[in-house]
Every structure is written in structure tokens, then in C-alpha cells.
Design a protein around this ligand. Structure first.
Ligand SMILES: NC(=O)C1=CN([C@@H]2O[C@H](COP(=O)(O)OP(=O)(O)OC[C@H]3O[C@@H](n4cnc5c(N)ncnc54)[C@H](O)[C@@H]3O)[C@@H](O)[C@H]2O)[C@@H](O)CC1
Ligand SMILES: [K+]
Length: 504
């Protein structure tokens, strides 16, 4: 959610049901306290830092709830009294009438002494309402907290961190854990802001799900994969699971297309053909007994035309892996655009070669899927990589809408966007995937799932999840994030598929 979407949901909840802001604040404070209790012990000393808006209001509820439950808590209001208004003021009064003392920040030294004694700091200073660079005293308090080693838990969002995209200059509090209220904010998933959150959990505050506006964005979870995973009919045959073709490879890079092909085969595709250069075939064929091969016209060792392929035999294609960026291959990419029936996935070098033909892609009647990493996407839209990283949700959405394509922007948080602008973010995986070849494997998994699923969007999200979970499982057992190779991922796929697969 963006900050504005969060405010809108709160507003609609209050208007349609009669829930009040102060009830939501009580719910939020209680829900955060429950989550905090899983992180702290009764003997530890806890400081709650309270700011002047509704995030501060949550802080009074949290301090009172933890004190009621027997924790050692010091509550510090870091702003002057007149800043506390509305629901926050109501909860400040309830806190005081419950018989608990409130510390007021007058000079930083006293707070610093308390912070030195504290085991745990709860940051309830600023939430999604922060605007611009931090002003005093927040800037100074954040600097003090960041200097100390106490375990820090942020409420909703670490103070100073923007909720939304496109803000690059800010001072933020570094939390060890963030208890996010109601729904993750966009900045949870951005490279330049996610590290401020530490680990994070989302707590429910009782918003009426039936009444609040639906989000156009979704965090894809394991339960989504379980409920949308394609089932295999007991009476199915190889033709029921799709006939796919992968186009790519060159003498210098024979491995890429081999990994895509192997991953597609391990992901349940019915039949797979590899269209590549003549000298690539003997290099990879011994490892791919289940595949068939199609030699494609080439020039100087690079693919140049696929006019020998009978495209009507195939239900879908993936193109680009290891094919090089030779201009002679541009024709091939254009031909494929005209000829392929069914989903067409474009990855790696294919993305470079298609750049000039982007407008053609909006005319395809079947789904076109682009799977760039941020560097490839930056190249496609003529922006810098940092610009892409700061606004990945907006930029991929604009692009998908403009060209009528699906975009899978790969990264620690992979963002999947449909041509209608729906988005989901998928966060499985780990640093073991940050290696050459991981993307080739992903393309193979995606092609296979595209040909077995009714929904393109579900196939893409599930494929990303299978890929990420496989990396997680392998680094929990046989591998580490250092040694994990793309070929290990392929060998790890069976174990992940066993979790999700079923037949009827
Ligand atoms: N009904 C609701 O709106 C609910 C809100 N909740 C909480 O309320 C938060 C949002 O509350 P608010 O909208 O009051 O916003 P915040 O509490 O995040 O921040 C607003 C305050 O920050 C100050 N401020 C803004 N930018 C600043 C800067 N750069 N330097 C210093 N001070 C700055 C403003 O003057 C204002 O006092 C959420 O993050 C969540 O924690 C929850 O209580 C659940 C219900
Ligand atoms: K906060």
C-alpha cells in the first residue's frame, strides 16, 4: 500500500461501519503489543518513544498494554504537549489515568542515559505521515537510537522512512524488527528502504475487509500458490501439459539455454524443443535427453532467422537466453513476435534485441511476458538503474500498461505486473540466487507453468515462488548462499514441486 491508500482504507472503514479512529488505534496498539511480546522478555527494560501524530498514539496504547501485562516500560513523549491531539490525546489520557508515568523529552542527554540502560526500544515516533527530511527533535533522537545497540522494534514503519516510492533523501531509524500495521507499505520492498525495517510482520487491526477498497497490489504468499497451483489430471498425456520451444544459445553461451530447457522439463512441461545454433546442439544435447532440437539459421555463430521452425506445433515460447546481442539477431526476434502462438516470454539478450520493436508487442493477441532484472529494465526504458530501484512499482506499471505486456521485474522482491496494471510482489529466495544462470532457470520454470495454467498472472507468481523457495530450501540443507549454483536449483526443483503438486 501507499500511504494514501492506507489513509483511504482507514477512512472508508470508519465511514462505512461506525468504527472510530480511536478504536482502530486501540486495536493497532494491542496487535503490535502481541507481536512485541514474541520478541521480548519480562526482565528486559523497554523504552517506548512516542511522537506527535497517530503513530505516537499507537505508542501510548503499546506502553499501557505492556505495562498492564507486567513488562518494565518507560514511555517517552518526544514532542511538546500541544502536539498531542485527537485520538492520540485520548489514548495519552487513558495511559495517564491508568496510573502510569510519562517522561517528557526536555534535553537529549536524559533520554540518552535512559537509552543506554534499555534492552529494547520501541519506535512509535513517526509512521506513514512523515514528510521530507526529519526535523528536530526526531533527527537527533533517531541518531541516538541508531548509535545504541538495543534491540529496536518500529511500529508500522521505522521513523523517517518514507512509505512510498521515489523518495531518495531521508534519515531513517534502523529497526531490528518492524511490526507493520494492517498491510505492508511499498517501501518494505524497495532496495534503498527495506534494510531499515529489519525483519517484519504484519498485524491485523480489524479493518472490515469486505468494505474497504480492494488493492491493485498483492503480496503473493505460499497459500496463494497452494490454492492456484495447476493440478495434473490422472488421464492426462504429454500433449496436455504444453509443447514449448526455447530459442537462444550461442557458441559462447551454450549453458543458458540448456538450463532454461532443463528447468522447464523439471517443471512439468509436456514436450520441449530447443531452437539454437548448430554448434550449440552437440554441446548441450548429451545433458538433455528429454528435449528435441531444432537447428536455426545463423550468421557468425549467432541466431539470425527462425523461418525453418513450424511455429504452429507449439503452444508457447521463451526467447533470449544466451543468444548474444548481435544486431543480426534482431530479425529473429521480430519473426518470433509475428509467429508464436500462445504465451511468449522474452528474457536476457532478447530484451536488448526487442527494444526498438516495443510498440509491435502491444499488438500481439496472446500474452507477452518480459522478465528483466533492473539493469535490463533500465535499458528498456532509458533510465538509470538507481531510478528503477527507487520507483519499480510505478515504472513497471506504466510500462506494462503502455505496451500491453506482463513484466516480471526480478530482484529480492520480484514485482509482477499485468497489462491491466495489477501487481503482485513475491519475496521468497535469498542471496544465493544473485548469480549468473538463476534467471535462465526462472525462465524455464515460468514457460512450463505458463503452459500448464489458466492464468498468466498466477503462473508467473507461482513460478517465482517455486524458484525462490527452492533456493531457500537448498541453503537450509545441502548448500550455502555462496556455493549455490543455478544447476543446483534445477536439481532442487523436485523437492519444492512435491510440496505443491497434486493430481486429480
Ligand atoms: N485511523 C488511522 O489513521 C490509523 C493510524 N494508525 C497509525 O497512524 C500512523 C499515521 O498517523 P499520522 O497520519 O498522524 O502520521 P504520523 O504519526 O506518521 O506522523 C504525523 C506527525 O509527524 C509530523 N511530521 C511529519 N513529517 C515530519 C518530519 N519530516 N519531521 C518531523 N515531524 C514530522 C507531523 O507534524 C505530525 O505530527 C500510522 O503509521 C499508524 O501507525 C493506526 O493507529 C491505525 C489507525
Ligand atoms: K514508527
Amino acid at each position: 500500500m501507499t500511504a494514501q491508500e492506507m489513509y483511504e482504507r482507514d477512512k472508508v472503514a470508519i465511514q462505512t461501519t461506525g468504527l472510530s479512529g480511536s478504536m482502530l488505534m486501540e486495536n493497532a496498539g494491542r496487535a503490535v503489543s502481541d507481536d512485541v511480546e514474541t520478541k521480548i522478555e519480562k526482565h528486559q527494560s523497554v523504552i517506548v518513544l512516542i511522537g506527535g501524530g497517530n503513530n505516537g498514539g499507537d505508542g501510548y496504547v503499546i506502553a499501557r498494554t505492556l505495562l498492564n501485562r507486567g513488562y518494565q516500560v518507560e514511555a517517552w513523549q518526544v514532542v511538546s504537549d500541544h502536539k498531542i491531539q485527537g485520538d492520540a490525546l485520548l489514548h495519552k489520557e487513558i495511559f495517564i489515568k491508568s496510573g502510569y508515568p510519562l517522561q517528557q523529552l526536555e534535553e537529549l542527554g536524559t533520554l540518552e542515559e535512559s537509552l543506554e540502560q534499555a534492552d529494547v526500544v520501541i519506535d512509535s515516533m513517526l509512521g506513514i505521515g512523515v514528510k521530507g527530511q526529519l526535523r528536530p527533535p526526531f533527527k537527533e533522537v533517531v541518531a541516538l537510537v541508531n548509535k545504541r545497540a538495543a534491540y529496536t522494534i518500529a511500529v508500522d514503519i521505522p521513523t523517517g522512512v518514507p512509505a512510498d516510492e521515489s523518495v531518495s533523501e531521508f534519515d531513517g531509524l534502523f529497526a531490528n524488527h518492524t511490526t507493520v500495521i494492517a498491510a505492508p507499505k511499498i517501501s518494505v520492498f524497495l532496495e534503498h528502504t527495506s534494510s531499515y525495517y529489519g525483519e517484519w510482520t504484519v498485524v491485523d487491526i480489524g479493518l472490515p475487509t469486505k468494505k474497504i477498497p480492494n488493492s491493485r497490489r498483492k503480496l503473493w504468499g505460499k497459500s496463494d500458490t497452494l490454492s492456484t497451483f495447476p493440478t495434473r489430471q490422472a488421464h492426462s498425456h504429454k500433449g496436455s501439459h504444453g509443447k514449448g520451444i526455447v530459442v537462444g544459445g550461442s557458441f559462447q553461451m551454450p549453458g543458458s539455454i540448456a538450463m532454461t530447457a532443463k528447468a522447464a522439463l523439471r517443471s512439468g512441461i509436456g514436450l520441449l524443443t530447443i531452437a539454437t545454433t548448430s554448434n550449440t546442439v552437440p554441446l548441450i544435447a548429451p545433458f538433455l535427453q528429454e528435449a528435441t532440437f531444432q537447428q536455426v539459421t545463423e550468421e557468425g555463430g549467432f541466431l539470425s532467422s527462425a523461418n525453418v521452425v513450424d511455429w504452429s506445433q507449439y503452444n508457447g515460447a521463451a526467447i533470449g537466453m544466451g543468444m548474444g546481442r548481435n544486431q543480426g539477431s534482431t530479425t529473429l526476434v521480430e519473426e518470433i513476435f509475428d509467429c508464436v502462438e500462445g504465451p511468449l516470454l522474452i528474457d536476457a539478450d532478447g530484451l536488448y534485441l526487442m527494444k526498438d520493436g516495443l510498440t509491435q508487442y502491444s499488438k500481439r493477441k496472446d500474452p507477452t511476458i518480459l522478465t528483466p532484472h533492473p539493469g535490463e529494465f533500465a535499458h528498456l526504458i532509458d533510465r538509470s538503474i538507481p531510478e528503477v530501484m527507487q520507483s519499480p512499482f510505478c515504472l513497471t506499471r506504466d510500462f506494462a500498461l503502455q505496451y500491453g505486456v506482463y513484466v516480471v521485474l526480478k530482484g529480492p522482491s520480484t514485482i509482477i505486473t499485468s497489462p491491466r496494471g495489477e501487481q503482485c510482489v513475491e519475496v521468497s529466495g535469498n542471496a544465493g540466487l544473485a548469480k549468473g544462470g538463476s534467471g535462465d532457470v526462472l525462465s524455464g520454470i515460468l514457460l512450463a507453468l505458463l503452459l500448464q495454467s489458466n492464468s498468466v498472472f498466477d503462473a508467473l507468481a507461482n513460478g517465482c515462488m517455486i524458484h525462490g523457495l527452492t533456493a531457500e530450501r537448498l541453503t537450509e540443507s545441502r548448500h550455502s548462499i555462496y556455493d549455490l549454483l543455478a544447476t543446483d536449483l534445477i536439481e532442487g526443483l523436485p523437492n519444492t514441486f512435491r510440496t505443491f503438486s497434486s493430481s486429480t
